[in-house]
Design a protein. Structure first.
Length: 338
């Protein structure tokens, strides 16, 4: 894929062009992954969520200002009712050439029935989150998920011609004995694999520090058994990629706790209620739902977007601190979108 380094109308105070938008289309999810949500979640009242029409207007406004890559996330994007109508509608920006990539991050539970529709809408690649290939462990991590269903979804997506990247959150004492197996499995199926460090986002039931696993340690361990060849493949995001010589597969490491990616950050995020966060790790935000609902035209919306980008901060400030009981950022990943 071509690197997303496009020039856009959206330039922040540090000269970074914002060309990548992530949109959370719902805060709801059919899973309750232990690092992401509490067992009992209170979701937002439906009236607070942007409607599918509002989401379309919002995404289209960003595309009109030069955003080239759009990722739908959540919550679980594919549990939102009629989500395929939004995805199909957004496909028009791919056909016009305004948008380079339309993609989504999903837990895969609903993929089997949507894979073909996604491909028909112009989606070419997706990220599927999968933290374990062991059915019982998978059920424990997700609290409600069934591995079989996700594997069927992945098979359907492959059959529909979608490229797939598997995202696995690295959890000490939970799945740290599985990375070899996942590397082999992804290699065999031709899937990319990315390991993600846990981030201190949102209140969850447990203690995060207990399962925090620095990827530098994972990488050192993997290098005893695999030949990891550095690669200059970049997406403008926090991942660093290597090629696994033995499988030919690509392996990414996302280390959000380190500051190594803020300088090249080209992305912003919108929540399912229309709040624009200029940085995943900072609280500063701009309301876009107000301008969306204030008039049928998009002038107010465009102005609000431009104003917000003009104050995108330089970087974030995550810490996982054993003495700190509060998360560094109070909102859940399922609100901002991963
Ligand atoms: N439900 C979809 C899924 O799981 O792919 C999309 C939303 S989910 C919030 C997006 C990504 O964020 C997933 O890959 C998930 O593993 C990751 N994630 C959630 N909470 C996290 C945390 N506290 N630290 C690191 N990654 C997290
Ligand atoms: Fe749901 Fe994704 Fe969060 Fe898991 S990580 S609870 S699948 S939103």
């Amino acid at each position: 894929m071509a690197p997303v380094l496009n020039r856009t109308n959206l330039v922040d105070p540090f000269g970074r062009h914002v060309s990548y938008l992530r949109v959370s289309v719902t805060d709801r999810c059919d899973f309750r992954c232990v690092y992401c949500m509490a067992e009992e979640m209170t979701f937002l009242p439906k009236a607070e969520l942007l409607t599918l029409e509002e989401l379309d207007r919002l995404c289209s406004a960003f595309v009109a200002q030069g955003v080239r890559k759009l990722r739908l996330t959540g919550g679980e994007p594919l549990v939102r009712r009629n989500i395929m109508s939004l995805i199909t509608s957004l496909g028009r920006h791919l056909r016009s050439g305004a948008l380079e990539e339309l993609t989504l991050t999903t837990n895969g539970s609903q993929l089997a029935r949507h894979a073909e529709g996604l491909a028909a809408a112009g989606v070419r690649r997706i990220n599927v989150s999968l933290d374990s290939l062991d059915p019982e462990r998978f059920a424990r991590i997700t609290r409600r998920g069934q591995l079989d269903q996700v594997l069927q979804g992945i098979a359907a997506a492959r059959a529909a011609g979608l490229a797939i990247k598997i995202n696995a959150v690295a959890l000490a004492g939970v799945n740290d004995d599985e990375y070899d197996r996942m590397i082999r499995w992804c290699g065999e199926l031709g899937l990319d694999l990315t390991l993600i460090e846990t981030m201190p986002l949102g209140d969850i039931d447990g203690d995060r520090t207990e399962h925090y696993l620095p990827l530098s340690r994972v990488r050192r361990d993997l290098e005893r058994r695999w030949t990891l060849v550095d690669s200059d493949y970049r997406t403008g995001g926090p991942a660093r990629y290597v090629r696994v010589a033995e499988t030919g597969g690509r392996l990414g490491f996302i280390t959000p706790m380190t500051h190594n990616f803020c300088e090249s950050c080209n992305r912003v995020r919108v929540t399912c209620t229309g709040t624009l966060y200029m940085c995943l790790g900072q609280e500063d935000a701009a309301d876009l739902r107000g301008p969306l609902r204030a008039s049928a035209g998009d002038e107010l919306l465009h102005a609000a977007i431009r104003e917000a980008i003009a104050r995108k901060p330089k970087g974030h400030d995550f810490i996982i601190d054993r003495h700190q009981t509060r998360p560094a950022v109070a909102r859940h990943m399922s609100v901002t979108g991963g």
